[in-house]
Ligand binder design. Sequence first.
Ligand SMILES: [Zn+2]
Length: 192
Amino acid sequence: MPHRARSAPVRSGRKWRLRYFLLGFLFLLLGYYSIDYYWREKRWRWIIVHHTAGDRGNMEYYRELHQKERGWPDIAYHFLINNGSYNTMPGQIEVSDTWQNRSHHYSTKKTSLNYFGIAVALVGNFSRYPIPGLQKEALVELLARLALDHGVAVENIIGHREVWTTECPGSRVDMQEIRNLVRERLGQDRSL
Ligand SMILES: [Zn+2]
């Protein structure tokens, strides 16, 4: 009689320990993946628009330039919208490894914007000429897509010069107009 009374709880105790262990492990795994997902996809609060200020180049060109001249590990931007130079198509969007890894970038002097902002750059100098049609269309499409996917408010889509003393993304870019175009695009969002 005392034999059975003693042995039964030991067996079930072991079973419960295993269950708690597995449950704990599952929670840890779930926690890890939720935090990882949140950090990668939902930490973004701003989208910052830049121009490269140079007339020619593509992702490879600017990656090399930023690595050699600035000493950064990769290109300073997450996305680049090409203008047709260097064997690209006007309006063609290139995605950098900085974005693939969801790394912070180096496109502004503000740490919070670099860690919690998505950096989009247009190839060209828009203080000297306006954004060509195909590049502008691609920009609006990309901004709408990113705002929707990552929960960024349209008023948080900002031009570099709105947060720093610079002409970037060019004195001929009207950021209010860009934000309105994105709002319009999001309004007809069926195909996004
Ligand atoms: Zn800039």
